[in-house]
Design a protein around this ligand. Structure first.
Ligand code: COA
Length: 256
């Protein structure tokens, strides 16, 4: 049945992912929560005409003051992904009626009563932005990174001895493994709202196990959370969520 609600498009020439909008069924022992995911590969030229359909008046004012095209794109692409993810959960709400403000730690804060009880986590990399929408009661974080970013020395320098050992066991060539580990740690830092202002060793990965194309990571210092990671062509994607919640991400890897 989930197939009916799935929207995944890939670039026919290179099979690169273009857009994903999908439900995230967050299954716990006592109840099931609903979340959603949107990934969007686009360009400023493509998105700019759409901005009045998605940005609230205050988001538009913020966007107009952004001096660089690069940041205009990441802001717009991220906000549109977040609005599409929220719209998935709130189909009758006009996206422009929802405000995603910036909190004191630069974290996104859904502040509109229309979306009461929901929050988002946003990430951008290269020409892609992604967002998840989730119930505030059920904290989550998202990070995506293009796997060809070549940042492995930087990432490697942020890994602990334990993580370097884990990295050696991963079924990827460099720099893919480092990128996956980076997204796992950055997603947790977003759940904690502190980002890279906290020493990255605090977010140490305790273990990574592969379940088919989906990798499951646990943390040394945050036993109540886990991360699920997938590789989508040139993008590594990780979602951190409460450890006791089941979430099936295989829809991302099965669609071709
Ligand atoms: C969170 C952080 C690791 C993200 O790094 P990045 O390279 O920008 O990576 P991404 O593209 O994946 O994520 C960007 C998104 O993360 C979100 N974000 C930023 N800070 C965040 C935080 N403290 N907690 C949770 N999410 C945060 C934002 O939604 C942002 O997108 P937006 O600005 O378009 O809304 C980085 O911004 C960071 O370390 N922030 C620390 C907090 C900080 O420096 N605050 C400054 C004011 S105190």
């Amino acid at each position: 049945m989930a197939l009916l609600f799935k929207q995944i498009h890939r670039d026919a020439s290179n099979n690169h992912l273009l857009t994903v909008i999908n439900d995230l069924k967050l299954v716990r022992d006592d109840r099931t929560y609903c979340g959603s995911l949107c990934l969007n590969r686009s360009s400023l030229t493509e998105l700019e005409p759409q901005r009045h359909q998605f940005l609230s008046p205050s988001e538009s004012k913020r966007w107009e003051k952004i001096p660089s095209d690069e940041r205009r794109f990441s802001f717009l692409c991220g906000r549109i992904a977040a609005k599409k993810a929220l719209n998935r959960l709130l189909p009758s709400i006009d996206p422009t009626a929802i405000d995603i403000e910036e909190g004191v730690f630069a974290q996104p804060v859904v502040s509109s009563t229309a979306a009461h009880g929901l929050q988002v986590s946003i990430s951008h990399t290269g020409g892609i932005a992604g967002a998840i929408a989730f119930p505030e009661k059920h904290p989550m974080g998202l990070d995506i990174e293009t796997t060809c970013s070549g940042e492995d020395p930087t990432i490697r320098s942020q890994l602990t001895e334990k993580e370097i050992k884990i990295h050696r066991e991963l079924p990827y060539a460099d720099p893919l493994g480092y990128t996956v580990m980076w997204t796992i740690k950055e997603s947790l830092s977003k759940v904690m709202k502190c980002g890279l202002t906290t020493p990255f060793s605090v977010f140490e990965i305790d273990d990574i196990n592969s379940d088919g194309p989906v990798h499951l990571a646990t943390f040394s210092n945050f036993a109540q959370y886990k991360a699920l990671s997938v590789i989508l062509n040139d993008v590594a994607l990780s979602i951190v969520l409460p450890k006791q919640t089941d979430l099936n991400l295989e829809f991302l890897t099965l669609e071709k």
